[in-house]
Every structure is written in C-alpha cells, then in structure tokens.
Design a protein around this ligand. Structure first.
Ligand code: UN1
Length: 493
C-alpha cells in the first residue's frame, strides 16, 4: 500500500474534500511512492482562507522572530537531509548525491533567509525639507501562491517559500504532482519548527485544477511559478487579466563555449556534469556546447567517449551516473527529438534511444545522447528538450560563439572555458544570460546571488539572494514631518 499523504491547511493534515487522490510512482522502478490528495478549487479555497486568516498575525510577528523559525526549520532539514534525499531520488529519479545537493540547497536558502529576518534593509535619506524624515521600508505582499516543478523539488520551493515567509507573507503551495513527497517533507519541517497554523498551506494536485484555482483566487496577491514556458505564459496571461503580479522562472537553452585555448579536460568534466547531471532535467542544463574549430574534433571525440561510459540506473545505486527521466511523457518527448535532430541533419554520435535491459525496462531511461555538427538554427539547438541530450556546434571565433550563444529564445545560464582573461571578460559582458560561468559548467548557482534569466526564461524577476526580497515585498516610502507646520515639497513659496 502506498503511503497516504494529506494536504496541510490551517495547521491540519486533511484529505481533499471530494476525496480524490493520485499516486506517484518511482520513475526508476515503477513502484508506488505515495498517494496524494487531488485537490480541487474547494480545497484551494480552504487553503487561501487559512492563509488570509493567518496574515494579520504573521505580518505583525517581528521579522527576526520569523527568521528564528526558519533557522529552526533549517536545523531540522540538516537532521533529515539523508532521508529527504532518498525520498527525493525515489520520487523523481535524480541520483542520490544530487538529491542531497537539492536538499542542501534548501538548507542553504533557509539559513540565508533566516538571516534576512534581521536585515531586510530599507533606505533612509535626507529630506529636501527641514524637520522632515524620509525612509523606505519593506511590507509583505499578502498571500502568495507558490507553484513549483519536480526537478528541484526541495530547493525550488525553498527559493520561494523562505523569502516569502521571512518578509511576512503567508503561502499557498502547490508542488508538482511528480515530486509531492519532497514538498510534504519541507512543509513538515516548517510545521515542526513552530510555524503558526495557516502561515504555510500545502495543496497537492494538478496545475489545471489546484494550480489554476490558486491563481484565480482574488485573495492571492502574487504568483511565483517555476516550470515550462507553455504553462508560464498561460499563467502570465491569466495574471494580467486579474491584475496580479507574477514571477516566472522558465526554460533554458544553455550553452557551454569551449575556446581553442581552454583546458580541455576541465571543459569535458564541466560538459558531462552540466549536460547529464539530473539527467539533463535542469533549467540550467548545458544542452548546447559551442566549440571552436581548433579543438572541436578532439573535444567531440572525448565527449562522446565519456558519454558512452555513463552508467544508467536507479539513483539510489552508488554506481549510477544518470538516473531515469521523470515520467513517460518526458521520455516520449525526448525520444521525439531524435527524429527532429536527424531530419535537421545533425549527426547522432551516441545514445538516441530509450534504454532497455539490465532492469531498466521498468523505468523511464534514455541513453545519454550527443549530437555532433548541429547548426545554431536547428530545433535541437533552439528548443528546450529537458533530458540527457546535448548538441555540439562548431564555431570559428569568440564573436561567433557569443552570437550563437545569444541566438536562442532563452537567457538563463551560460559558460565559457578559456585561458585568456580578456576573452573571459568579453564573454561575461556580451553573453545575454542571467548566469554566466567562467571555467565552470552551466550549473552550480548558489543561493545568495540572484537566480534567473533574461528573455524567454523569465519576466524580469530573480529568485534567491536579496533579489528575492524584491519579489515578495512592496516598498513603502515613509515621510515624517516633525516641523509642526504645513511644508510643501516641490512648491516654491
Ligand atoms: C534548475 O536548473 O532548475 O545551479 C535549478 C543549479 C542549481 C539549481 C538549478 N543550483 O544548477
């Protein structure tokens, strides 16, 4: 029997009112990992009621006290890290080492935002008038809706929930139905840390049902979403009609550039890690590798050789390099890009097929795939595949590499390998992505700097770091006139 999980609404663990449920299975084995409420609008209404009711108390709780609760939650996450990581691997497939990293990222974010309880700095400025004081302070937005994906199911919710909480918002949280246990674990840690009832509410379910109901509720003041561009755009349209601010974090078509003067061994390590880590299911994954002429052949040969050696398997097995993809739909989508690559004229150098045998048939495994001789405009070099697939593109110069890098609809992450500091800085300046790495792959963002992308990746917001505070707070400018008379700003008299 699959373990039976419940929503968390107003401090109580509850089934969906109508009693509907869905089951999640382990993508490596097909075994059930849990049964969850399939929430509908009525359940979301209960969750928003609870969040709205908890607002007054929570926003008046001093921010350092809010931070202390987060600090305790971080300590609990540290203690449970191993179990949470295993749960995470079992429900979405990434290898255990990376699952530990996912939980660690949530720990880092929770400690970081706990510290923000004592910062959240505003500004004080001189007034243009005598006997008048001017300052700005942050105010919470209200009830925020957090809708999160399955690929970083502990880290990404923490990027939203922790800054939202420490700044005094209450939360309705709808995680992906493909990684619900990690959401449960995170919320249970917050409950155990002493978060008052109603401050965080968890509703499991589908985007089109529970997610849509969160967006629609007029009492939800802000939506923070991470996921696909197709869904993100739909949410943006819905929020525009409702006049509701929305922070979107969507796809990527990230590139590693390898110049002739690069340390090739280092670049290969970075390419393997960035293309195939998390089975390529990161928004920061390197799905393009732009290689300069002089080293293209050597780099391509070694990359293919190393890719062929990657071991597919259950992420709980220490010998596994690459776990399954998350579900059957993703497997089909990835597979469909093989024909696209072939008809575009790219050369399939390795992989390209659903993996079979050795116990892999029970799960959703795709052989790590490298396309050679891709052209920048090909669909495999333009569209986010979100799987263990990367495409090599040959260029003649740094300038061409930068143009190719920028020539996609996304702008999340990029990386350049070079031994020349001038070229490195030129690339950093001219590559139009929210994250740029020098002599490192496209993944590995840390929680205290802004995370997010330009162009089609987002809508101008950033997560993490102090940038997250901008999303989850409103500025309030405060003027205190202690002159005892009418003073008029901007008026001559
Ligand atoms: C994602 O790719 O969806 O920088 C998030 C990284 C991780 C976060 C990735 N720290 O790759």
């Amino acid at each position: 029997m699959a373990q039976h999980f419940q929503n968390y609404i107003g401090g109580r663990w509850l089934d969906a009112r109508a009693g509907a449920r869905f089951e999640r299975e382990n993508p490596a084995t097909g075994e059930p990992t849990g049964s969850y409420p399939r929430s509908q609008a009525e359940d979301v209404r209960d969750a928003v009621d609870a969040a709205a009711n908890a607002q007054a108390l929570w926003r008046r709780t001093p921010a350092p006290k809010r931070g202390e609760i987060l600090f305790r939650a971080a300590e609990i996450l540290v203690r449970r890290k191993e179990q949470f990581a295993r749960d995470l691997t079992e429900e979405m497939g990434k290898v255990l080492k990376e699952a530990r990293g996912d939980v660690q990222e949530a720990i880092d974010m929770t400690y970081y935002m706990a510290g923000e309880g004592r910062r959240q700095f505003g500004q004080t400025t001189p007034s243009e008038l005598p006997d008048k004081f001017a300052m700005s302070v942050r105010a919470p937005v209200g009830v925020v809706g957090c809708i999160t994906p399955w690929n970083f199911p502990t880290a990404i919710p923490s990027w939203k929930i922790m800054p939202a909480l420490v700044t005094g918002n209450t939360v309705v949280f709808k995680p992906s139905q493909y990684a619900p246990k990690s959401a449960y674990n995170l919320v249970a840690a917050l409950e155990e840390a002493g978060l008052p009832a109603g401050v965080v509410n968890l509703v499991f379910g589908e985007g089109a049902e529970a997610g849509a109901a969160i967006i629609d509720d007029p009492r939800v003041s802000l939506i923070s979403f991470t996921g696909s561009n197709a869904v993100g755009r739909q949410i943006a349209i819905q929020c525009a009609e409702l006049g509701k601010p929305v922070s979107l974090e969507m796809g990527g078509k990230n590139a590693i550039t390898v110049l002739d003067d690069a340390d090739l061994g280092l670049a290969l390590d970075g390419a393997i890690w960035s293309a195939f880590g998390t089975t390529g299911q990161r928004c920061t994954a390197a799905s393009r590798i732009i290689v300069q002429d002089g080293v293209y052949d050597a780099f391509a040969a070694q990359l293919v050789e190393r890719t062929k050696r990657l071991r597919l398997g259950n992420g709980l097995d220490d010998a596994t390099d690459v776990g399954p993809v998350v579900n059957a739909d993703q497997l089909r989508k990835i597979e469909s890009y093989m024909a696209v690559g072939a008809s575009d004229g790219a050369t399939l150098a390795c992989g390209g097929v659903v993996a079979r045998g050795d116990g892999l048939d029970r799960g959703y495994f795709f052989q790590p795939t490298v396309f050679l001789d891709a052209k920048p405009a090909m669909r495999i070099a333009q569209e986010e595949i979100f799987g263990p697939v990367t495409a090599l593109i040959r260029v003649g110069s740094l300038d061409e590499a930068i143009d190719v890098n920028n020539g996609v609809p996304y702008g999340l992450s990029s990386s350049i390998y070079t031994g020349d500091v001038n070229k490195a800085f030129r690339a950093v300046e001219r590559i139009d992505t929210g994250l740029v790495y020098v002599n490192a792959g496209t993944i590995g963002a840390e929680v205290h700097l802004p995370f997010g992308g330009t162009r089609g990746t987002g809508n101008g917001h950033r997560e993490a770091g102090t940038a997250a505070l901008e999303t989850f707070t409103e500025w309030k400018s405060v003027y205190i006139d202690y002159s005892g008379r009418l003073q008029k700003a901007q008026i001559d008299d």
